[in-house]
Design a protein around this ligand. Structure first.
Ligand SMILES: [Zn+2]
Length: 531
């Protein structure tokens, strides 16, 4: 195989033996040598060797998103993405534009609206929705997936009438004067509608996933740890989608698939376990939920919610059941990856994990939003990784302060404390909850505030330096799948995955410059990716 020389860069290897080099030499997707331009060209530069000029740009090991749902990003590409929409007017315009591309009578599905971002806080009325999309039924999921907007066509299709039986725990919100539907539907009442929405075809899903993967690569990602079977119709279809795109069609993004616990038996039947696959596509850990989320006060806390005395949140299952889930996973030599937001949930998870020896792959605690001193110590263990999402400060502040109260805030998203106590941290986005954009994640880690805010940041002692944040999104991600020997730094023998930036992250006067930084090139397996 011919060699490729990536020359004339400012290449931060994150390898202490050789921290900054100008040139990396690649063969068969791996780094064979690295050093000064002069030395490398002298040693390797000869006829038939391809040289790629990095034009003096900053280069780092390829960025890794350690927790996201590419399935959710896929649906955002296929459907109408309303995340970040700032007014009712803008929302209606988007609906109108999308409706013009949908065949009359076909469903217009959308997601991500959040009236808290609107100036007057009101959602469109059913009349406004009818006006924007007169020809097609519409179904628009709020950012939280607990409230939905529909138009009259959608209600017509589900034969809605005033004495209709509404599923328990849900409601169709009525106008207090006219007693007619407002278009707003809450919780399980959505089932009235969803059973009439046809499922996406395999080809549609594949097309959307291809777009999602390309988008991730365009944002500088070379690896993604993605959790999808619950949204992509089970293990078989999920694996087939990725296998066809990555192994057959050559899509570059390396994907590690987290498999939800209910599909453990399917994994066993198919003889797949952690590590199954290759270094492009691989089966990862078993995904389990320990608790809920702060927004709905379902994250499980040791002490009650500050704004709801007596409420502690909810465990997803009792401890015996959780123990059994881990035992089942361990009997099949599987690591686990547990959604854990509240501090009590973290305690519950650690109590069970302490009873099982490590398998070949690390266990992962996803989110680790609220901690305690004693729990940080227990997390600092070479067999465990904290999958953190720095962008959660943008989504959760300032309302989170009321939820948890001043005393506990120092333990909220306490990334610096985690790192300085020796906890291995891996950075992710949890997309589609937060955008697929590691530079935004690094920005949040370094500023602890939204890009559009100007203040010093929330709980600033937990800010990360640029180097720490970058490590979390590179080396940290490699540790999360126990692949630190093949990725995470640029060193001889490791995979040639690199991200090239328009600006030098270490020469920025303020991290806000990240917001004006572009990804110039994403290199995976020694190949510059087309995006
Ligand atoms: Zn998630």
């Amino acid at each position: 195989m011919s060699k490729t020389i990536f020359a004339n860069g400012v290449i931060y290897t994150l390898d202490s033996k050789n921290p900054v080099v100008e040139t990396v030499v690649v063969e068969n997707g791996k780094i064979v040598d690295l050093g000064t331009q002069k030395d490398m060209l002298l040693q390797w530069g000869r006829h038939g060797v391809t040289t790629i000029d990095l034009q003096g740009k900053m280069v780092t090991p390829g960025l890794i998103d350690s927790h996201l749902h590419l399935s959710g990003v896929t649906f955002n590409f296929l459907d109408l993405d309303l995340t970040g929409v700032k007014s009712k007017k803008e929302m209606l315009e988007k609906i109108k534009a999308k409706a013009s591309t949908v065949a009359p009578g076909s469903w217009l599905i959308g997601m991500g609206w959040d009236e808290n971002l609107f100036e007057d806080g009101t959602t469109p009325s059913i009349q406004e929705l009818d006006y924007a999309a007169p020809q097609c039924p519409i179904y628009l999921k709020r950012i939280c997936y607990h409230a939905f907007l529909v138009n009259s066509k959608a209600l017509e299709i589900c034969n809605y009438h005033s004495s209709m039986e509404i599923p328990m725990g849900g409601s169709v919100v009525l106008d207090p004067d006219t007693k007619k539907p407002t278009g707003l539907i809450l919780e399980s009442a959505s089932k009235l509608i969803t059973k009439y929405i046809p499922e996406k075809t395999y080809e549609e899903l594949k097309n959307g996933l291809a777009q999602a993967m390309k988008f991730a690569v365009k944002k500088g990602l070379t690896s993604a740890h993605t959790n999808d079977p619950a949204y992509f119709g089970g293990l078989d279809q999920t694996y087939r989608l990725y296998d066809e795109l990555i192994n057959q069609e050559g899509y570059g993004l390396r994907c590690n698939l987290l498999i939800d616990y209910p599909f453990l038996k399917d994994l066993k039947e198919r003889g797949m376990c952690a590590g199954y696959g290759n270094n492009q596509l691989q089966i990862g850990a078993i995904k389990i939920f320990a608790d809920g989320a702060f927004g709905r006060r379902t994250a499980l806390l040791s002490d009650p919610y500050h704004d709801a005395p007596g409420q502690f949140g909810e465990a997803m299952q009792d401890q015996e059941t959780f123990y059994q889930m881990v035992k089942d996973s361990r009997e099949y030599s599987m690591p686990i990856a547990v959604h854990t937001i509240g501090d009590k949930a973290l305690e519950n998870v650690l109590d069970v994990l302490d009873q099982f020896p490590m398998v070949n792959y690390r266990d992962r605690i996803i989110h680790v939003s609220l901690v305690r001193e004693d729990l940080i110590k227990r997390l600092a263990n070479q067999s465990r990784v904290a999958d953190i999402q720095p962008r959660f400060v943008v989504g959760d502040y300032p309302w989170i302060q009321e939820r948890i109260g001043e005393d506990r805030e120092q333990y909220l998203y306490a990334w610096k404390s985690l790192l300085s106590s020796g906890v291995i941290c891996a950075g992710g986005s949890d997309a589609p909850v937060e955008p697929v954009d590691p530079l935004l994640g690094i920005h949040s880690a370094a500023t602890r505030r939204a890009p559009w805010d100007q203040h010093e940041g929330w709980n600033i002692k937990e800010k990360l330096s640029m180097l720490e944040a970058l490590k979390v999104f590179t080396i940290g991600g490699a540790y999360a799948t126990s692949e630190e020997n093949i990725k995470g730094t640029l060193s001889r023998g490791k995979l040639a995955d690199m991200t090239v930036y328009s600006k030098n992250l270490f020469e920025m006067e303020h991290p806000d410059e990240l917001l004006k930084t572009d990804i110039e090139m994403t290199i995976i397996d020694g190949k510059v990716q087309e995006v």
